[in-house]
Design a protein around this ligand. Structure first.
Ligand SMILES: [Zn+2]
Length: 213
């Protein structure tokens, strides 16, 4: 109990504590960094035009990665984004691409959070790669509870309906290699839905990258 309270006070006063062991003054200490599990093999998803969307995820979703992502998404600690994006750049294979497209948040959610974590990650990658980040997707609805009776295809169709192409960026997608960036890959449904919407603008290739899986 005391241990837990002390940890909480440290979290509040000093956000720069290790997400793994709680050591002070670093969001991820060298010891815990060395225990991260990096993924090597990408996953492949098939899109409706029969093209393949290859998705790389950098890290296994263990407790310390969960803590880092939680800080980024729910604790307002946007300074976690450059740390994770630097890891992406220095420690992960990033395929040749022309444009980075962050998975969007619904505007209500973004307003609540103050930022879109995927966009922060993308902007930092742009800084490293000199590849532009373009907010080519908009999220126009939040998927509510979905009836369990819906088939996988119906669920995907519902999810696709949550996203639209931002009209002003359609032309810049055409013929380009697009990297969709998100924080966490779970089933791949969100990235697949984003990929399907981007297909309408005729990119030459759609790829995905996430911090964790
Ligand atoms: Zn540590």
């Amino acid at each position: 109990m005391l241990q837990h309270s002390l940890q909480l006070i440290k979290e509040l006063l000093f956000p720069q504590i290790c997400a793994g062991c709680g050591a002070w003054f670093s969001p991820l200490c060298p010891y815990c960094y060395n225990t991260l599990s990096f993924h090597i093999l990408p996953k492949t998803f098939r899109l409706s035009d029969n093209s393949k969307m290859i998705v790389w995820s950098m890290l296994e979703f263990d407790d310390k990665v969960r803590t880092l992502i939680h800080r980024l998404k729910y604790q307002g600690m946007h300074e976690t984004a450059p740390l994770l994006a630097d890891l992406l750049y220095f420690a992960t294979y990033i395929p040749p691409i022309d444009i980075i497209v962050p998975v969007p948040l619904h505007q209500n959610r973004q307003h609540q959070r103050g930022y879109n974590q995927s966009e922060l990650l993308a902007n930092r990658l742009t800084h490293h790669l000199q590849t532009p980040t373009i907010p080519a997707l908009l999220k126009i609805a939040d998927s509510g509870q979905q009836a369990k009776t819906h088939s996988k295809t119906e669920r995907l169709q519902n999810l696709i309906g949550n996203f639209v192409l931002a009209p002003e960026y359609q032309a810049s997608i055409s013929g380009k290699r697009i990297l969709i960036l998100d924080d966490v890959l779970t089933t791949g449904a969100t990235l697949t839905a984003c990929g399907e919407v981007l297909l309408r603008a005729n990119p030459s290739e759609i790829l995905g990258l996430t911090i964790a899986h």
